[in-house]
Design a protein around this ligand. Structure first.
Ligand SMILES: Cc1ncc(COP(=O)(O)O)c(C=O)c1O
Length: 425
């Protein structure tokens, strides 16, 4: 049998003893997981196998908007699971139709395509853009334009639209016809959007690259240029949408309406789902047989999504996010002001916030200290940034509590660094 063992030196660092203790022998080693074994969730807390309770400011990476194990979501999932789990897209079923209706009503986008993840939603949106141009007889209109610093997913098309050489290296050749323009640079965008562009895809807040909000003027210019030059404007709201900014859709926060919106993550509060919301004028791009998926829009995630949307109304979640996010913002501003040697000014909106970490410190050190010593879960995003993306139901008291824990973790990291740099006596 051919030996497929990579010939190149394995550059990944060996796991620490603490990490090795948790490594499962049969799981692919494609993640750098923190050494903790989560067994249960309750609201804004996760509980590990040793009974430790963590305050969760990660929410499954901006997923569990209504927190963990919400009883009404669990009930909706259980009821649907006991009724119909899978019928395929060969037939109609109510959960997908009802969720599409709710999304269309709330967004004003007339057509919805369901899939299973954010990457898949972007794949579908990009395929729609090219096929629409093709159907319109514009065979030269092939280019997908994305932004520097973008993240749109890990499948080949979404990866080709992702500006991160680390994620792309070794996977070449990537699909052709992708180009990049600097984020928030209107003059460059003027030049980049020409009649070869099928779609411009942009995150209203770039998440993975370190929480960088778009300038509203940049999005407005994108809207104008796409309309003038016949390109589709796609907002990737997979991370910043679904209420994270204090409006159900990020386009509402920014006051700019795209042609297509991709969502995923918190739509079903934790079950895998993705969706593409499409303006009626663009919806003819995909006709029967052009694109599809076995599981997309299957009944259980759709029932969970429906329960989520109805619950967020009852909770008046947008008003809640607008209120409590101010507490988080003020806390991060004062933390950054108190420790200017460690942090720059925070970035972001709503409950999608980033705290840039200054060299020689690393975001990961704060993330590890917060988890290990203070039982607070935060995340390290690109650009050496602490990312704060809690469940949207987080209370002001939990935010104050989390900020106290983050402050204590900061003091611990700084004390550790000071001890290391002190000359040995
Ligand atoms: C903006 C954005 N787009 C796309 C994706 C990919 O989503 P998924 O991991 O569900 O494929 C992500 C995931 O983090 C994201 O943040």
């Amino acid at each position: 049998m051919r030996d497929f063992t990579p010939k190149a030196a394995v550059v990944a660092p060996a796991p620490s003893q603490e990490q090795a203790e948790y490594e499962h022998p049969h799981l692919l080693k494609n993640y750098r997981r923190s050494p903790v074994n989560i067994v249960r969730g309750e609201g804004c807390e996760l509980i590990d196998d040793r009974g430790n309770r963590y305050l969760d400011f990660v929410a499954g990476i901006a997923v569990c908007a209504l927190g963990h194990a919400h009883p009404k979501i669990a009930k909706a999932i259980a009821a649907q699971a006991a009724t119909l789990v899978q019928a395929s897209n060969l037939y109609h079923h109510e959960p997908a139709g009802m969720l599409a209706t709710e999304l269309a009503r709330r967004s004003g986008f007339g057509r919805v395509f369901f899939c299973n993840s954010g990457s898949e939603a972007n794949e579908a949106a990009l395929k729609l853009a090219r096929k629409l141009a093709f159907r319109n007889g514009e065979n030269e209109r092939r280019t997908i334009l994305a932004c520097r610093g973008s993240f749109h997913g890990r499948t080949f098309g979404a990866l080709a639209a992702t500006d991160n050489p680390k994620y792309q290296e070794g996977f070449e050749p990537l699909p052709a016809g992708f180009a990049f323009t600097p984020f928030n640079d209107v003059a460059a965008l003027e030049k980049a959007i020409d009649t070869s562009v099928a779609a411009f895809i942009v995150e209203p807040i770039q998440g993975e690259s370190g929480v960088h909000p778009a300038d509203p003027a940049f999005l407005a210019a994108a809207r104008r240029l796409c309309a003038e030059r016949g390109a589709l404007l796609i907002f990737d709201e997979i991370q910043c949408g679904m209420g994270r900014l204090g409006t159900l859709f990020a386009f509402e926060t920014f006051g700019v309406r795209p042609d297509v919106v991709t969502i995923a993550k918190s739509l079903s509060n934790g079950l895998p789902i993705g969706a593409v919301l499409i303006d009626e004028r663009a919806a003819g791009g995909l006709q029967p047989g052009d694109h599809g998926t076995t599981f997309g829009g299957s009944p259980v995630p759709c029932a969970a999504g429906l329960a989520h949307l109805l619950l967020r109304d009852q909770l008046d979640l947008d008003a809640h996010v607008q209120r409590v996010s101010a507490v988080m913002w003020d806390g991060l501003v004062s933390l950054a002001a108190d420790y200017p040697q460690a942090f720059g000014p925070p970035r972001g909106r709503g409950l999608m916030l980033g705290l840039p970490v200054r060299e020689p410190f690393e975001a990961k050190s704060f993330m590890d200290a917060a988890r290990r010593e203070k039982k607070l879960l935060i995340n390290a995003a690109g650009g050496n940034t602490i990312r704060i993306i809690p469940p949207l139901i987080v209370s002001a008291e939990q935010i104050e509590d989390g900020l106290r824990r983050l402050r204590a973790a900061t003091q611990s990291v700084l004390a550790g660094a000071a001890a290391q740099s002190r000359p040995a006596t």
